[in-house]
Design a protein. Sequence first.
Length: 554
Amino acid sequence: MCYERDPEFVLGRFRAGEFDYLEAASEVVETEFFRFLGTEGYLAALAQSYPSPRRKQEVPTWFFLASNLSMRLHGSHSFHAYPYVVRCGGMLNAFGPELGHKATHPESGDVTLSCAGFNRKNHYDRQTPCDPDFLRKFAKDTDPEQLETWFNRDAAQVLHQQGTFDPEGIFIGDASYVFVPDNPDYERSARLLFDEHDHPIEAARLAELSPQAAARCRWRRCYKLVSLLHTDRERRFFLRVAARLLPGNAHECPVFYPLVDGFVAALGPGVMRRLLLDRGFLDGARIADLKQRHGIDVLIPLRQDMALYQDALGLMTLPEVVFRPYQPAARARLDPLRLPGAPAAVRQREQRRQQTLAARAAASPAPPPVRSEVAGIAGFTWPRCPLPLSVIVNREVDAAGQEQLWMLLDTRPLETEDDPARRRDEYAIRTAIEEGHRQLKCFWDLADFTSRRFSLVLNQVLFVLLAYNLLQVYLRGQQRGALMRRTRPRVRHQLLPSDSVILIYCENRFATLAPLAYTELVLTLAEEAGRKILEKTRRLRRELARELPHPRPP
């Protein structure tokens, strides 16, 4: 049940004295977000393929998905908080008054919701469209493997059908640890030893560390999230289109490449063209398979203990290998001195601030310059990867002349002398995902689990990723791309407080009016229409007074 915005139709009927329901509401971005999901068909398409654990569908699957997404947007992961999310959020405004509307509790006088619900099994009047325990049990009983398949295949297909993917086809493979409390009841979790930078180390290596470094190591319980991300060259968005949640001690390589195969099988060839990986995914046979079967070019760093790395070191002395200075590709930045519409006083103040910062920088000693150089070497072979390969050699030279080398392996051939620098710029996209991980873990509360059952842990992780994806798609559609780099609380501060409006419903359509515009409309109605509106309003008031005959005790 989804209402369509049609102000011309609704206001025309209202001027003739016809309407179904009327209420005051706070228009928030969540309302517009769910209207967008309904209008564009996201909810219906996702619900159609969701692996429901119920044979008898008493509550529509689309409503379970909408409620789950609403909780993730609010950062409330406990299903017991669902009633507060429903009352405080704007989800129900998108689905019309028949699903839920405001009513006054006859005993306490509190304003609450009156919901028809989806069945007649409650002894008390419904104050939420469905019971929070239904949502919890529905999520708990969903098979984890089927849920991952649904997210990795069906949800990705829905995004593809809506034209979400960038035609350049840049994807990133990643493995990240998701830490939980040290409780063995967390199903399928593992306990590992981590250093001060949260990198896993072997317990036998503690003796090799200094006493200070060893004291900063600690045992932590965790999962490992292996994910496939999609972005564009300007890094305007990061969509996590496939994921697997594993025990923390599982290796990501055997899991990731089947994840890519499944993605290509679901969406077809040509969607993924470029894959950026880190060293943990080095597998020559798999890299060759991606190139030969799917046409996917892989860019990945080399380890220093590899024969390819040593071969590139030997070839660096050849005259054909020319190192060229490297400068990172410039990204468009907002010039505070040219802010659109900024008053002259604001620009002058900003100009003085920039001059002060420049003076401080000139007075302080400059750090020693670091020179970056890059060179490309083609024609490599690797027995594990029977393809012509290229190596991008990156050299950093400090003021003392000390050199630091690191290399990238590429299955795409070098064509021009500028290719090595472009490949290094391209690989810099992969390191930019760290900010996205920080947002998910810190501001989307990805690891703030309220249950230790694996099916509920996985449900929270995947629906946080899905809400993150759909919100980015919505913001792109609303031309609010600048907000996609913001944290979730910052987005809510910018978008959620919107306006107080009067909602008028008529025949599954609605219109929104500002209070003053609604007052003007009522005062200018024809006499016959005004009489009909008055009669309908009085009848609704009588019905609302008897809305909760069996409320729960306050």
